[in-house]
Design a protein around this ligand. Structure first.
Ligand code: SF4
Length: 308
């Protein structure tokens, strides 16, 4: 815990190489950057331990495709970092031997990125035919090994927003207790490059996101959350907003190959997102981060409505 009583979460980026090619990927323009070396990553794991990290989240690109992935996780666990997790497209876990080895490394939880309830939707977004089938097999393999700490995240774009209720059923069927429905970030990468094709109006996406949350609650999965949303579209779900929750619990640092951010939560609110004159007098003003700056440039702020 730091002096404010928050837990330190270090997000360790291994590099930007990936076996998928998601249309909305925030790292779409960074693929050619060099990957971190094993030595670099081991040093950073040690540094995270010395800084008192409670959570180490290992991400890419796709970190699980690295031959040293297991070594990095095992090193973090050996040092005693309490929670070591990874965000993944899940494809590597389709190989039972790989799933077994990763589980044996001591990883505490795995966050699967699922972008549609079926292969047609998911694979069209990942631009990797077969990726949905591999992801499902990966989840099954982990379950068969007795590994149940599986979470989910979904990037919400025009192409999948109407499918969110069906995706919620997928998560329910697969007993995924923690899911985040993430409104696409158009400030960087694929969604910035192809804004019109990918970014939905928040007023169109929000009802599907709320419906997905409601389906989760009905199934007893009330820990599901939405992320990167203006609160006026979620005023009846304030207990299920990732940003509010994480601000209370975590200080989050991002350690990437090309940048370091010692306060990823604070800088996102200060630089990446914005409230506007329409927010004046809103009772949710202090809790709300507004909406993405790039969204405002393209769509304006007419959908924001001060909550009285
Ligand atoms: S009106 Fe502005 S401050 Fe209020 S909830 Fe909407 S975006 Fe947030």
């Amino acid at each position: 815990m730091n002096k404010d009583g928050k837990m330190l979460k270090v997000v360790l980026f291994t590099g930007y190489a990936c076996n998928n090619n998601c249309v909305f990927c925030i790292d779409a323009d960074k693929r050619a950057l060099p990957e971190k070396t094993t030595g670099q990553l081991l040093k950073e794991v040690l540094k995270a331990k010395h800084k008192g990290a409670y959570i180490l989240e290992i991400i890419g690109g796709e970190a699980t495709i690295r031959p040293d992935f297991i070594r990095i996780v095992a090193a973090a666990k050996k040092l005693g970092i309490p929670q070591v997790t990874c965000a993944t497209n899940g494809r590597v876990f389709a190989d039972p031997a790989a799933a077994k080895k990763i589980m044996a490394s001591g990883i505490d939880s795995v966050i699967f990125s699922v972008h549609g309830p079926d292969a047609a939707t998911h694979d069209a977004l990942t631009r990797a035919p077969g990726s949905f089938a591999q992801l499902k097999k990966g989840m099954r393999n982990l379950r068969a090994l007795g590994f149940g700490r599986i979470s989910g995240n979904t990037t919400v774009v025009r192409q999948n927003m109407a499918a969110l209720p069906r995706l919620a059923e997928f998560y329910i069927k697969n007993r995924v207790p923690n899911v985040e429905y993430i409104f696409v970030d158009p400030n960087y990468g694929g969604a910035r490059n192809d804004f019109k094709a990918l970014v939905p109006r928040i007023s169109k996406a929000a009802p599907y996101m709320r419906r997905a949350l409601a389906l989760g609650c009905r199934a007893g999965l009330d820990q599901w959350k939405v992320r990167y949303v203006p609160l006026c579209h979620f005023k009846d779900c304030l207990g299920q907003i990732s940003e509010i929750n994480e601000r209370e619990l975590f200080l989050t640092e991002h350690w990437a190959p090309d940048f370091k951010n010692a306060d990823a939560i604070g800088s996102r609110a200060a630089v990446g997102r914005r409230k506007t004159a329409r927010c004046r007098g809103c009772r949710l003003f202090s809790a709300c981060e507004g909406i993405w700056v790039e969204y405002l440039k393209n769509f304006g702020d007419s959908e924001l409505k001060a909550v009285k």
